[in-house]
Design a protein around this ligand. Sequence first.
Ligand code: COA
Length: 533
Amino acid sequence: MSVIHTKINNRSEGFKNNQSHYDQMLQTLRQRTKEAISEGRDAHIARHRERGKLLVRERIDLLTDPHTPFLELSTLAAWGQYSQDIYSAGIVIGIGIIHGIPCAIIANDATVKGGTMFNETVRKHIRIQEVAEEHRLPCIYLVDSGGAYLPEQDRVFPDKDHFGNTFHRQCRMSADGIPQISAVFGGCTAGGAYIPALSDEVVMVKGQARIHLGGPSIVKIAINEEVDGESLGGAEMHTRVSGVSDYIANDEAEALGRVREIVAKLNWPTTCYADVKPVEPPKYSPAEITGIISADPKIPYDVREVIARLVDASDFQEFKPLWGEGVVCGFARIHGYPVGIIGNNGVLVSNACLKAAHFIELANQRNIPLLYLQNTTGYMVGSDAERKGIAKDSAKMVYAQATSRVPKYSIIVGGSYGAGNYGMCGRGFRPRFLFAWPTAQCATMSADIATNVMLELRRTNLKKGAASEEELAVIEQTVRSQYETQSDPYYATSRLWDDGIIEPENTREVMGLCLALAAMNPPVRGNAPVYRM
Ligand code: COA
């Protein structure tokens, strides 16, 4: 065992200051999450209940096995983007366990604009389908949606990654043997009708569920036919007459029970391919992480102290501890599952890049998933670094990471700036999951540096003439404000640049679930050797 021995004094003033600073950020996160889940729409929730309908997360509770976790993604999607709050973008996505089988769950929230689709709704829908495809998870659709949110149709309907893509993915997954099951609780109009229509098996709730390509008003306008919603697309009609639905349920609980039965009989394997050991808690409490992260982002801390609170028994076999200290690399276990961790611990110079690249190759050779803890201002700049070949050495780190075969995960724990974001497996490099802590900051560079770059560009732009003090003040104010706003973790999570903001203390549990999911797929083998860098 290579147990990390902490140097943290959890009674010191510094520790307590850090913790109380972080606590305020956690209060904000918890408050915003609570709002997204259940606040600000009392009238819509009351009307929903009067109709005898369950709230979306109550449906998920009934669908999944008791006392099992539901890993919800992107709860704060669409946060602060529209003139009205579009809570969780009107859709709940995540991974839940049904009869012991992890399933991707995609559930519309009809209390938010009738469950209609905004841009972020569609992106969440696609994101969880992507997760399902990558991990081979059966998909369960709990449908209650009016289709496209019509005023936003240009951001929802026509493009490659818009609504059509959800159906394309459904067809492709079914063809690839990944089950697609729908339970319909409310409206399924126009495009939305294809969610159940393209499913392998469909359940409809009597008196509530409707599936139609055009609702009664469209039918009246188009062909002058007068028909009520129930006769046009109700559960009785579709289950007994058209055959669009396979089962009718008397109420929501019965429908969810039927979906559970379907999943139980899927003949779906749950083999584990990883070498899992008994779980051991870390030697130091994960609750201490918030006292380690400096309240002042300019004051560094040792990432090993964070790792000591994330991994089993705080046991971390560090690779090359005496070389390339800008990154810390090593093997450990989280909830018994093997993992290789790469964490930033200073500026990225050439030898740190080479060490990371070498370590990625080791993890690939041993089929050990990789976890990146991002806290970087980027790669070293300047003539000394360039002469030492930082461009080609950082490229090696990027190459090794991008072509890595093992599952990759990223957690943005601090700064994720510039090319450092690429090397440390930013969203563009397709980590299986990417989560952020409330301290995350993701941008091309910090607000300070961006402001100075833009001021310098203006000062040296002689075609525009000499810059006045007023003009420079406007540039300073505009650029700083833009960068501060756009580096905010809530700005990022609202736009699905991550899979959600999580609390440091819960990270171990979240990662345990992620690693367990990946362990259900056989490893992809390759034939590249380990190049000594
Ligand atoms: N686009 C924009 N807004 C829509 C919408 C749509 N497709 N469907 C519903 N809304 C809005 C409503 O205006 C209402 O807004 P408000 O909260 O500001 O009052 C809110 O969503 C809830 O709709 P409401 O009709 O009051 O709820 P409901 O539960 O009785 O019915 C639907 C929900 C979805 C069944 C019903 O609204 C409907 O049929 N909508 C039209 C669906 C449609 O034709 N879609 C075509 C998509 S291509």
